[in-house]
Write a protein that binds this ligand. Structure first.
Ligand code: SDX
Length: 428
């Protein structure tokens, strides 16, 4: 029973609503009974709407705090690894050594994809955007696991989670290899998760390549930084699709599609393209002016966030990682890193950005870092989707394993009132 109540009085109707308190963050007003009073709430973009209860990730946008199951993101990025973070997000606690070893082995048993999946790729043009291929191939995975798609069965949910965590790197690397016309490279289960991905991306049958350990560690950190982010647009898409009872592969495919947009996960690709368009530090002022012009659609990609009104804690970690990678590959004088650093400094001192609390987000430096690792721009959002899959699955599993309802928002209707059909010959 809620301790506090909110009272709403409108047009002689007065109603009380429970105020619910979480462990962290704003209290919420349970307005579900409002419809019985003949009213709906109106909140396009869900700026003031908590769509669900969750125990997975907490963001304090004003303080720039991000916690995965209570652990600060910088501690996990610097001290943990992505597979351990996958276990944490999915199960709620850090694993001990035995459980961690079993989890790694369980993932490794599912890194290959069915041989028939190879033929899906042949239907795409070689120059298809890898995100278009990911949406299609991941959605098609449900065609291969008819025997484990009962979402009410915890074992089916567990095996689906393992399959998705294990197969996303394999499918992502296949997208890249198909795009450049090289043969697919099979996963190497003796390698770590990030090392295996870089191997499948850059090794060829002609010669053995050992991924640079600095780049492997950097990519593992990038995976951790992108793993989850509470109810962002793509995670909300996965939850909404999951609320219809759709299978997990279809729900993750819907999440990949939502992530693709430049306002969301597509921002890392768009941010690097923007830095290339700026081209030189001397052009920064011109682009800052454009970003501030309400009549110019240009936005400073990689800046601003719906929730963070402070520095995105992931951007701090990724900026340091970016410098480590540039140093490791002998590119610490990378011109685009210099433009990014100069752009950040100028924007953070400009009233327009200060007043609107626009700070660099995770996408601002990720593109430069991925590019320095050797990953092409059109694969940046694929990397984001690979990493975010564990977040999507954790939220899907959290929803499906507790009582839930079909998500079906209402609307404010402003269209025509009822009118009679007019036959063609009677129309003007
Ligand atoms: C991700 O939700 C998540 O958690 C997402 C994510 C995750 O991990 O899942 O964190 C990943 O998507 C990060 C965000 C990546 N997107 C970008 O970098 C694209 C550029 N950013 C903007 O498009 C924008 O900041 C959004 C979309 C991210 C947030 O927009 P909001 O919350 O809807 O805010 P808004 O558009 O209403 O902006 C408020 C004001 C406006 O100015 P005024 O109308 O008040 O004058 O700030 C301005 C905007 O014009 N503004 C910007 C700006 N972002 C906001 N102006 C210039 N450049 C920008 N980048």
């Amino acid at each position: 029973m809620a301790e506090n109540k909110a009272t709403l009085s409108v047009n002689n109707v007065t109603a009380e609503f429970d105020i619910l308190k979480g462990t962290l963050g704003p209290e919420v007003i349970d307005i579900a009974p409002l419809v019985k009073c003949g009213y709906l709430t109106y909140d396009p973009g869900f700026l003031s709407t908590a769509a669900c209860e969750s125990k997975i990730t907490y963001i304090d946008g004003d303080k720039g705090i991000l916690l995965y199951r209570g652990y600060p993101i910088d501690q996990l990025a610097m001290q943990s690894n992505f597979v351990e973070v996958c276990y944490l997000l999915l199960n709620g606690e850090l694993p001990n050594a035995v459980i961690y070893d079993e989890f790694c082995k369980a993932i490794n048993r599912h890194t290959m994809v069915h041989e028939q999946i190879r033929y899906f790729f042949n239907g795409f043009r070689r120059d298809a955007h890898p995100m278009a291929v990911m949406v299609g191939v991941v959605g098609a995975l449900s065609a291969f696991y008819h025997d484990t798609l009962d979402i009410k069965n915890p074992e089916h949910r567990a095996i689906s989670a393992l399959r998705l965590i294990a197969k996303m790197p394999t499918i992502a690397a296949m997208c890249y290899k198909y795009n450049i016309g090289q043969p697919f490279m099979p996963p190497q289960n003796h390698m770590s998760y990030a090392e295996n991905f870089l191997h499948m991306m850059f090794a060829t049958p002609c010669e053995e390549t050992i991924p640079n350990p600095v780049l492997v560690r950097a990519l593992d950190k990038i995976f951790t930084l992108h793993a989850d982010h509470e109810q962002n647009a793509s995670t909300s898409t996965v939850r909404l699709a999951g609320s219809t009872g759709a299978n997990p592969f279809a729900c993750i495919s819907a999440g990949i599609a939502a992530l693709w947009g430049p306002a969301h996960g597509g921002a890392n690709e768009a941010a690097l393209n923007m830095l290339h368009e700026i081209g030189d530090v001397s052009n920064i002022d011109k682009y800052i002016k454009r970003a501030k012009d309400p009549n110019d659609p240009f936005r400073l990609i990689g800046f601003g966030h719906r929730v963070y009104k402070n520095y995105d804690p992931r951007a701090k970690v990724i900026r340091e990682t970016c410098y480590e990678v540039l140093e490791a590959v002998g590119a610490k004088d990378d011109p685009f890193f210099k433009i990014a650093m100069a752009l950040e400094k100028i924007a953070l001192e400009d009233d327009y950005f200060i007043q609107r609390k626009l700070y660099p987000n995770v996408d601002f430096y990720s593109g430069i870092t991925l590019s320095a690792i050797g990953i092409p721009t059109n694969m940046f959002t694929v990397i984001f989707a690979l990493a975010r899959t564990i977040g999507w699955i954790a939220h899907w599993n959290e929803m499906i394993s507790s009582p839930y309802r079909l998500s079906r928002p209402r609307q404010l209707y402003t269209g025509p009132t009822e009118r009679k059909y007019v036959r063609m010959k009677e129309r003007k």
